[in-house]
Design a protein around this ligand. Structure first.
Ligand code: ADP
Ligand code: ADP
Length: 230
């Protein structure tokens, strides 16, 4: 089954053609790395998948739902498709634990005991159980990003999108975040689409590497083919 299907997708910002004839199918369970120069449309592409950016033409099907279809409930898509941002987007005035418990409570109406248990399990998974009572400002960038990942995981999404998750981090923190991401890619059946410059991550866990330039997909290769030529 495919999780994400782009068919001839076009995206404009005003007159600026940000995505041109995007065709891309990602099967459930795949880990795909999206690379390309700055400004090539990587962030725009992944933001269309959960409706943060709209498309003007073509067809985009996510988890079996057509995003252009008026009846499609974007909130239902967002329940199944999580996103991790470059700048974490944590709630500054809430504790780490509250950051993780909020969406499952409000969106999934998860029972409070179960919600707490799940949140602690996700904190354990990213190695930060001891930080549950802290506020984001008390954490390092790498810790904040691991909390953001735990928060996404707590929703039990089918698909997780990562938009340059390590680009805002000091070099010594990047590995901690990549280790968590590699664990997710290896141990879960979750679909992952990752915009990153970390080729080590791609080499270790990606199924495919997609290369964009000027709003177009230039290459879409199995990892083996991609790294063969290098
Ligand atoms: P990348 O993620 O590859 O760096 P982006 O998807 O962020 O590329 O941006 C692609 C192009 O679209 C860039 O030229 C950028 O300036 C432009 N762009 C992105 N967002 C907007 C926006 N909201 N309005 C106008 N132009 C935008
Ligand atoms: P990040 O560094 O977190 O990826 P960006 O600085 O690329 O964020 O973009 C931040 C916001 O500004 C995004 O919502 C993006 O769509 C918008 N943006 C990016 N480029 C442009 C542009 N040329 N014109 C207008 N908005 C833009």
């Amino acid at each position: 089954m495919s999780m994400i299907e782009f068919h001839h997708v076009e995206k404009y910002y005003g007159n600026f053609h940000a995505l041109t004839d995007i065709n891309l199918t990602i099967a459930a369970g795949e880990t795909v790395v999206l690379i390309g120069p700055s400004g090539s449309g990587k962030s725009t592409l992944i933001r269309t998948i959960n409706g943060l950016e709209s498309i003007q033409q073509g067809q985009l099907i996510v988890n079996g739902q057509d995003l252009a279809e008026k009846r499609t409930d974007i909130n239902r898509i967002r329940k199944n498709v999580g996103m991790v941002f470059q700048h974490f987007n944590l709630y500054a005035n809430k504790t780490v634990l509250e950051n993780i418990m909020l969406a499952p409570r409000l969106v999934l109406h998860r029972d409070e005991t179960d919600n707490h248990k799940t949140a602690m399990a996700m904190l354990d998974r990213v190695g930060l159980v001891d930080q549950a009572g802290k506020r984001p400002a008390q954490l390092s960038g790498g810790q904040k990003q691991r909390i953001a990942i735990a928060r996404s995981l707590a929703m039990h999404p089918k698909c997780l999108l990562f938009d340059e998750p390590t680009s805002a981090l000091d070099p010594e923190m990047i590995d901690d975040v990549l280790t968590v991401m590699k664990g997710i890619a290896r141990d879960s059946s979750m679909t992952m689409l990752v915009v990153t410059h970390e080729m080590g991550f791609a080499r270790e866990v990606a199924n495919r590497v997609v290369f964009m330039t000027d709003g177009k997909i230039l290459e879409d290769d199995p990892k083996e083919t991609f790294f063969d030529g290098q």
